[in-house]
Design a protein around this ligand. Structure first.
Ligand SMILES: *Cc1c(COP(=O)(O)O)cnc(C)c1O
Length: 371
């Protein structure tokens, strides 16, 4: 393990983590406070308020959980599902598949609607499955980082509500990169991560639960299988009383507070535009090199672009080219996963990295390697 001072400065253009804003790193180096210190609790309040803005919600139960995005996923599913409940899950990539695994481990009877990798779920198919299966819970991924596909949740969520189901939305990659409107869409539980479009280090999972979801948890017949993720216990710390539950990761929360201030200073609308315009620059710049986007324009995510690889890359070996980008240019890009392994790269322009300078650096490096 090299000493910290000689670690390279990589440009992180993969599926996350993305580079951290320098103000976030500075905030994380501030002196430690106790997790019940009034000054720290004021910072936590600020984080909760700013997360509500980012999620587009008034939900009181909006918190930064002390673990990564996957724990946010697990928290939403294990609180809202009891053994034997039926869950309908949309699967169009790795993260939908992970939700199936988590829900099955929670004892749910899982029904999947699948889409081809690189395509969104078919709304009509989801809605007819909701009407047929009458699930207790419907879950889907807003921004599928394994394929670069954007899923519009509004119509599916409306149909799920009409059928009396709770709706869970994965916003790990979408939060602060494309609009998230939990209240307008009627989402009951959502989760995110700090290392994608928030440009903070990995380690926290912003989550948000509607009052209706919390009532459901409080009315459970059996206790939540996970003590750590039981929101009825977590509410005693993050909610009004501020009673010890576990020791909050103080420094990580300083970092998130600063990251959210940076977001607020820019403004969400401007941030969404910046992500969209930088993705267009990337696609235009890659075209002459022979890279083509996998996903149709209307379903493409701006913060994560999957591109089909040209012969110039596959002939050299795609893994070797990625390694050369890393070793010679300090640039990380992501490999294809699952069905797309070896066929695509996943290029992330998330948060601070959604800037023309990052696109230019990548294009220059690719020209040097492939020219
Ligand atoms: C990254 C990611 C996750 C998992 O988050 P971790 O922080 O890696 O645990 C879940 N869902 C999506 C869509 C993601 O992109």
């Amino acid at each position: 393990m090299p000493e910290a001072r000689i670690l390279p400065r990589r440009l992180l253009l993969g599926p996350g983590p993305s580079n951290v804003h320098p103000r976030v790193l500075e905030a994380m180096a501030q002196p430690l406070l106790g997790h019940l210190d009034p000054i720290f609790l004021a910072i936590l309040d600020e984080v909760q308020d700013r997360l509500r803005d980012a999620f587009g919600t008034q939900n009181a139960f909006t918190w930064p959980l002390s673990a990564t995005g996957s724990a946010g996923m697990e928290a939403c599913l294990v609180n809202l599902l009891e053994r034997g409940d039926r869950a309908l899950i949309g699967v169009s990539g790795v993260f939908g598949r992970r939700m199936v695994d988590v829900a099955e481990r929670a004892g749910a009877e899982v029904v999947c609607v699948e889409a081809e990798w690189g395509r969104p779920l078919d709304e009509a198919e989801m809605i007819s499955a909701i009407e047929r299966e009458r699930p207790a819970l419907v879950a889907l991924v807003h921004a599928e980082t394994s394929t670069g596909v954007r899923q519009d949740p509004a119509a599916i969520a409306a149909s799920a509500h009409a059928a009396g189901a709770f709706v869970v939305l994965d916003c790990v990659t979408s939060l602060c990169g494309i609009p998230v409107e939990l209240d307008a869409w009627g989402i009951d539980a959502a989760y995110s991560g700090t290392q994608k479009c928030l440009s903070c280090p990995p380690g926290l999972a912003p989550v948000s639960f509607s009052d209706r979801a919390i009532e459901r948890v409080r009315g459970r017949v059996t206790p939540v299988q996970s003590w750590f993720l039981d929101v009825s216990l977590l509410a005693n710390y993050y909610g009004g009383e501020r009673v010890y539950h576990h020791t909050a990761p103080i420094s990580a929360i300083y970092g998130l507070a600063e990251g959210l201030r940076v977001v607020a200073e820019e403004g969400l609308e401007k941030r969404y535009h910046r992500h969209a315009s930088t993705a267009r620059e990337l696609i235009a710049g890659l075209a002459p090199l022979g890279f083509e986007p996998l996903v149709e324009a209307e379903h493409r995510l701006p913060m994560l672009t999957t591109v089909r690889l040209p012969d110039s890359v596959t002939e050299r070996g795609e893994a070797k080219v990625r390694r050369a980008l890393l070793d010679r240019h300090d640039i990380e890009v992501g490999a294809g996963l699952g069905a797309l392994a070896g066929q695509v790269w996943r290029i992330g322009l998330m948060g601070e990295n959604a800037r023309s300078e990052c696109v230019d650096r990548l294009l220059e490096a690719l020209r040097a390697e492939l020219g």
